[in-house]
Design a protein around this ligand. Sequence first.
Ligand SMILES: [Zn+2]
Length: 75
Amino acid sequence: MVEEIRIGDVIQTRKKHPCGSDQWTVIRTGADIKIRCSGCDHIVMMDRDAFLKRRKKTLSQGPEPEPVDMSRYLP
Ligand SMILES: [Zn+2]
């Protein structure tokens, strides 16, 4: 089970959305997670714990986040 949450993850929820889809795309991560329904483009925001409870599995994982290039902060 992948515990990591990345933008672009396609996840399956335990419960289906009223539109009939159980697939959602993660569009924002952080303290709050925002996901968009694949069936009807409905957007839901929830905290991390609620997200992990709802998520059944990750169907495909988003791209690895860009590492922060520290050199650009140096003179
Ligand atoms: Zn929906």
